[in-house]
Design a protein. Sequence first.
Length: 379
Amino acid sequence: MPNNVPYSRQFIDQEDIDSVTAILESDFLTQGPTVELFEESVCITTGAEYAVAMNSATSALHVAMLAMDIGPGDLVWTSANSFAASSNCALYVGAEVDFVDIDQRSYTISPEQLEKKLSESLRIPDVLIVVHFGGLSCDMKAIFEICQRHSIRIVEDASHAIGATYQGRAVGSCQYSDVSVFSFHPVKIITTGEGGMATTNNQEVANKMRNLRTHGIVRDGILEAKLELEPWLYEQVGLGFNYRLTDVAAALGLSQIKKLPEFIESRNSVAQKYKSLLQGHEIEYQTWEYDSLSSYHLFVILLKNPESRLDKFKRLRSAGFQTTVHYIPIYHHPHYRANGFDRFELDNMENYYSRALSLPCYFNLPEQHINDVVEMLLT
Ligand SMILES: *Cc1c(COP(=O)(O)O)cnc(C)c1O
């Protein structure tokens, strides 16, 4: 049978299945107590004060923008080396978007490029959305110091990075940001099927996100006297959405997050194995000089010669290794090309994109697959 090895995938065991089954047999499939339990466990994992579960990271990013009062007339900068959701969230709320170039070794937003762009720009952004590419935290302290000087707020798109650390602290602690967002899509580190989470240390922002997640409707805060006359009362105080995570999904998340340390360890050992096999060859991989542990959502290599990529891609694919490219620069997408980015290019991003290839990387990826992939790359 041919291989069918994806670039990333979920790991589900009997404990996960039992956890979900118990909720299916309970009173609440949604709006029950399990979502809150999952939120608490993400607070414990990250050290953040508040966690708000949502049905996707995309929803969480959208609601984060609204909770931070970002809207028409505002400017959001982010990385082009990401899934389009990182910048779409700014467009949803009517803000403008622009892109900061990446560092050539870490493939994340470069503090130097950020500084350079700020010194050349007429407009200072209101928010910077950093992307912890592949599970590697950006150099947050350096980025935070630059942003502080210009009063720029920070959101972390940590979709790849639950379980990662920066300077010994968990990603999502929001030490250097207003809000962090995780994704629980099956290719990410832990999964709930679809699902996302926003963490923050700001109570007001947390409350706003909670409110926007469920139609903008509240029951708390209605006057006692009013409730006495109309005990059924609830009020829609803002224009929100239905972005709720179900209790079924939260039950899966709760059981998955228990395995997070194992997942991180296994993904790191896959990465180490690739690195040791690639050492001394002309293939580059993600490196960084600051103190950070990656969650290795992705293991990306850069080929020396862009012309060789299509051939390597096809060879790996025909052997059943579902390699792909993360990411097409966001500004390349037709929607962005048609909306102001028709001639836009970032040097490091373009160079990266011409040479990048994502290799299979996930929990318990058999060592033989790693050996086979590297052998195909090197011959
Ligand atoms: C997966 C991903 C998202 C979107 O996550 P969903 O949960 O699928 O909405 C956003 N940003 C990045 C960087 C991602 O990789």
